[in-house]
Design a protein around this ligand. Structure first.
Ligand SMILES: NC(=O)c1ccc[n+]([C@@H]2O[C@H](COP(=O)([O-])OP(=O)(O)OC[C@H]3O[C@@H](n4cnc5c(N)ncnc54)[C@H](OP(=O)(O)O)[C@@H]3O)[C@@H](O)[C@H]2O)c1
Length: 385
């Protein structure tokens, strides 16, 4: 029997993290979870540790962790506190693969650490690529780290790309469900409530990405993610509305052939693809039911009602500091919407205004990116976290 691939799940208590645990548990010992991290859901983190008996548990929120009783952790599990512990585990020789499933810019440092350690890095946390795509991919090139996309669209593109050579790709087309407000007028969008925005028609995800899907900022972030992950110019990246969320993306080659990847909307499949890569194995992800009738729809996106897409293209084209500023402004705007202090239809215009006002740099260092991330957050006022 093969030695199991050892896996660290950063953000184990979130939507992706929980699915990843299901995938690893069902893997018939092909994978062994050796590290789990959680931030505020420590009760859940403890239960996950009791189930999996990992070598390490990392509680990243120091304040909450110090007040929590971890005395029933399994004896073989070591408790580590604080975000810096992620960096140590990301590079530990006993870890083969790191799944980055922390939400937002909070995952930047640990993603970079895993890449620095030359690991297989399964990337769900897209925001570090949006913020610092060229730094991330250049580091991976230098250290030999393998970057495997877990975002379903990027996993689909990664798989479809294998049908031809990179130089033969005419364009890639990311599919988007269109979110809950696909058919809403601009007037309706100004009245969207928090509950309505959190009610996604096809995917069950964490709250930040659910709001991003509703504004279509998620697709904007994915356009930027694809720009860096596949090293394609922004002009070669398009998006199409596909409400069923079964076709996860397309690659169109120069001869006109279009290759797609299909599967029911279930993140367990791209997670499993990354965990087993380069093999394909039986797993827990839902499969297409070919015994029932179904059809697919496609619509061109409406960038008048959903300006985020245009913004995503502009930022993918501009590169430099634009991604970090857009990402930071969006994180704060989403937080403000979720706390009731910003209207839904103001999220994207607010991000655009901050982006326009920022001191753009074409080839920023990581320090500059972090400085501008902070600047954009300050522009939007006091933080809630
Ligand atoms: N959900 C999906 O279907 C999906 C699909 C594609 C891509 N993604 C991407 O995957 C990432 C995770 O998404 P999600 O939906 O799983 O989010 P989520 O459910 O909100 O989970 C986020 C995870 O990050 C942890 N976390 C939050 N703040 C943190 C901080 N400051 N430091 C360290 N850890 C922190 C959370 O811990 P606590 O819960 O313990 O606070 C939780 O484990 C995002 O970047 C998202 O864009 C998600």
């Amino acid at each position: 029997m093969q030695t199991p691939r050892t896996i660290a799940i950063f953000g184990a208590t979130g939507s992706i993290g929980r699915s990843a645990i299901e995938v690893a548990v069902a893997s018939e010992k092909r994978q062994k979870v050796v590290a789990l991290s959680g931030h505020s859901h420590l009760e859940l983190l403890l239960r996950q540790a009791q189930l999996l008996k990992p070598r390490w548990v990392i509680a990243t929120n120091l304040q909450k962790a110090k007040a929590f009783d971890f005395s029933t952790l399994p004896p073989e599990t070591e408790l580590l506190l604080g975000e810096e512990s992620l960096n140590k585990i990301a590079q530990h020789p006993e870890v083969d693969l790191v799944l980055t499933a922390i939400v937002g810019s909070a995952g930047l440092q640990s993603t970079l650490s895993a890449i620095e350690g030359g690991k297989i890095v399964a990337i769900a946390n897209k925001e570090p690529l949006v913020m610092a795509g060229p730094i991330v991919t250049e580091k991976a090139r230098r250290t030999g780290a393998t970057l495997l996309p877990v975002d379903s669209e990027h996993s689909a593109i990664f798989q479809a790309m294998k049908s031809g050579r990179k130089e033969e790709v005419a364009k890639i087309i990311l599919t988007a469900s269109g979110g809950p407000f696909r058919n809403c007028s601009k007037k309706d969008l100004s009245k969207v409530t928090i509950e309505e925005a959190l009610d996604h028609p096809t995917w069950k995800m964490g709250s930040k990405i659910t709001i991003d899907s509703a504004t279509m900022m998620n697709k904007a972030l994915e356009i930027i993610e694809a720009r860096w992950l596949f090293n394609l110019p922004a002009e070669k990246i398009e998006a199409v509305i596909h409400p069923q969320s079964v076709i996860h993306s397309f690659v169109e080659f120069f001869d006109g052939s279009v290759i797609a990847q299909l599967s029911p909307p279930d993140m367990k499949l791209p997670i499993q693809y990354a965990f087993d890569y380069p093999d394909r194995k039986e797993g827990v992800a839902k499969k297409v039911d070919w015994s029932t009738a179904f059809s697919f729809d496609f619509f061109p996106p409406d960038s008048d009602r959903f300006p985020a897409l245009r913004l995503g293209h502009e930022v993918a084209k501009a590169g430099g500091t634009a991604g970090a500023v857009l990402n930071a402004a969006n994180e704060v705007a989403v937080e403000q919407f979720l706390s009731g202090s910003m209207a839904f239809d103001q999220i994207v215009p607010t991000c655009e205004a901050i982006l326009k006002n920022h001191p753009f740099e074409k080839n920023p260092s990581l320090d500059t990116i972090i400085k501008l991330d902070r600047w954009a957050r300050c522009e939007l006022g006091p933080q809630t976290t």
